[in-house]
Design a protein around this ligand. Sequence first.
Ligand code: ADP
Length: 161
Amino acid sequence: MIIALYPGSFDPVTKGHLDIACRAARLFDRLIIGVYDTPEKKLMFSTAERVALFSEATRTLPNVEIRPFSGLLISFARELKVDTVVRGLRVSNDFEFEFDMAMLNRKLAPELELICFMASPEYQFLSASMMKEVARLGGDITAFVPANVVKAIKSKVAAER
Ligand code: ADP
């Protein structure tokens, strides 16, 4: 039984993240989505909100579970007894970042294997930060994020005003 861990800040989950989660859930017996509790960037959603949004968006996938985590990814992976980590790669600059992280994690936790899924062509350009920006400027993001996220971003943007 292979359990994989898909970590990220997911602020909030987009259809690009969801695409990777669905594909990984097909490939592995179980997929745990780790929502990073303390990323250094400024976030729109709290950890609990990010977990709830991803849970709602994956409620039809029975082998997917969403869990918050803080601290080192390798510590969380060891705690879960998971040795496969999933990430998504867009054409832009994901590769260099993932490569450096993978090299570092390999030194810190040689038992951990990284599997990168190539982003689907329709989601290559999609990032959570761009979605927040478009929503703040009044653009329509319904094609790019799950329906529950459209609602959640709209209410955050309204509260910012
Ligand atoms: P980070 O974990 O770097 O804070 P995110 O939470 O946005 O970034 O993304 C989590 C993972 O999902 C990363 O591996 C990222 O490359 C991947 N990802 C982000 N957007 C997309 C997308 N549109 N298509 C496929 N993978 C994506």
